[in-house]
Design a protein around this ligand. Structure first.
Ligand code: ZN
Length: 328
């Protein structure tokens, strides 16, 4: 991998590259930022750069270390992931014991701990001990969504690096360059991924189904607007199945409502669902701006109601009825 394979985070890349070039690597780093923002990818490129024999602004991708890392097969890079808390105590022990053994092949060994906020206390304490009396050859990179959830003494011994959301333009560029999709589609995907590059990539690769879901919801809203009240009951099962990710559904409806008001006001360039312009224009002729504003407010309240355990079926039925009543 290369630093340039990871979108955005230019300041962080510059800092990490400089540290490698100057051979000024700390014993501990904390990469803090939301899920799927590229913390793991950047940690891996950084680790590769530390171990690479011919680092020059980027890892060479040719030396023995690079080749092994690229095939996830380097004995001096250890990755621990506390994602689902099912990580075995033995595997934690094994890795922790290896901290005090010299690197096998390289000058240094690198530990990358993903979701470190879920670390067991035993693991956290061992890493703390290592950070207090660091063996010269060890680098620990803790990845976390929130550094406040880590032991403060660990945080104080690490370089804290905060990741920012990647700009939409950077995501669009990356999608067009890497996946050869057209600009309109790249823009829609970047809007639905909210600055999280990995989410955008999962959408392009079909591993995240939000765009398919979007097509379904837009169809439902259109049917509700153009039919009698009975149709609302036909969608009860659909929404029941969506109960666990209702926030995604509500967000799609909100974006649609916002698009309707942009279309109505002639601000087409602000529309997210540009591939549905014709339908937006048709619907926007039937709905007043005031109704749209009320709907946005209503959908926001649905999200709160669901969190507060108000009867789910009732809340959804009422929301669809409100959408239906929007017609002029
Ligand atoms: Zn190399």
């Amino acid at each position: 991998m290369l630093f340039s394979d990871v979108a955005g985070q230019d300041d962080i890349k510059k800092y990490l590259k400089h540290s490698v070039a100057e051979d000024n690597i700390s014993h501990g780093y904390i990469f803090e930022g939301p899920n799927s923002i590229g913390k793991l990818e950047l940690a891996l490129v950084f680790a590769q750069s530390i171990l690479c024999d011919k680092f020059d602004n980027e890892p060479c991708n040719n030396c023995n270390a690079c080749i092994k890392i690229n095939s996830s097969n380097h004995p001096d890079i250890h990755i621990l992931d506390f994602k689902d808390k099912t990580i075995k105590k033995e595997s934690v022990d094994e890795i922790i014991e290896s901290i005090y053994i010299r690197p096998y092949e390289s000058k240094k060994k690198v530990y990358i701990v993903n979701n470190s906020q879920n670390m067991t206390l035993q693991a956290a304490n061992t890493f703390l001990k290592t950070l207090e009396e660091p063996p010269k050859d060890t680098v620990i990179i803790l990845l976390t969504t929130n550094s406040n959830l880590l032991i403060p003494t660990v945080v104080s011994r690490c370089q804290l690096i905060k990741f920012k959301n990647v700009s939409k333009n950077e995501i669009i560029k990356k999608l067009i360059d890497k996946y050869n999709i057209n600009e309109q589609k790249a823009k829609i995907i970047s809007d639905y991924s909210k600055g999280i590059l990995n989410k955008a990539i999962r959408i392009v690769e079909g591993k995240n189904e939000i765009l398919r879901e979007r097509d379904e919801i837009i169809k439902i809203v259109n049917n509700v607007l153009n039919s009698s009240q009975d149709i609302i009951y036909e969608y009860e099962n659909y929404f029941e199945e969506k109960k666990d990710n209702i926030d995604d559904v509500l967000e799609i409806i909100m974006i649609w409502m916002r698009d309707l008001s942009f279309t109505k006001e002639g601000l087409v360039k602000l529309v997210v669902n540009k591939d549905y312009l014709e339908l937006l224009e048709e619907q926007s002729r039937k709905i007043s701006l005031e109704d749209i504003a009320n709907m946005v407010q209503y959908v926001q309240n649905v999200s709160l109601d669901v969190k507060n355990h108000v009867n789910y079926k009732l809340v959804i039925d009422k929301m669809l009825t409100e959408i239906q009543n929007c017609k002029i």
